[in-house]
Design a protein around this ligand. Structure first.
Ligand code: CA
Ligand code: CA
Length: 138
């Protein structure tokens, strides 16, 4: 029985290492600019009521749009998203409802027909209405 438990733990460790590797790959794909469909994938963040977490979003490719996918998967809690361009100008503020659905996820596309400014964008995630601790990906 004990051996089975240890084997299961080892399995879990392998899975979490594999998970970390795949998100690193996704981030590399974005910063290299090899993919026209811009997106970021990072998991494992947590937030509480009134807390703000900052995330850098490197954009070093010529594009008119980028999609931001803030996903906390719990519509009883509410996170607020602030998007700043590389000059720290506030581009938009988004609630769960921004994508038309109250579903614990804010999926928005930032668009500029003249092209988005290249550099490091900043995404601020704010715990607008959170009971306890909420985890999310962005
Ligand atoms: Ca939503
Ligand atoms: Ca929750």
């Amino acid at each position: 029985m004990k051996r089975i438990a240890i084997a299961f733990l080892v399995f879990l460790l392998c899975v979490s290492v594999a998970g970390a590797k795949s998100s690193e790959t996704a981030i590399d794909a974005v910063s290299s600019g090899s993919n026209g469909d811009i997106g970021i994938l990072s998991v494992g963040y947590t937030i509480t009521q009134g807390q703000t977490n900052w995330h850098g979003y490197p954009l070093y490719t010529s594009t008119n749009s980028m999609t931001i996918d803030l996903n906390w998967g719990d519509r009883s809690d509410s996170l607020k998203l602030y998007v700043y361009d590389p000059n720290d100008n506030l581009v938009g503020v988004y609630y769960d409802s921004a994508d038309g659905r109250i579903n614990g996820r804010t999926l928005v596309t930032i668009y500029n027909s003249n092209g988005l400014q290249q550099g490091t964008w900043s995404l601020a995630v704010y715990g607008y209405s959170v009971a306890g601790t909420e985890d999310y990906s962005i």
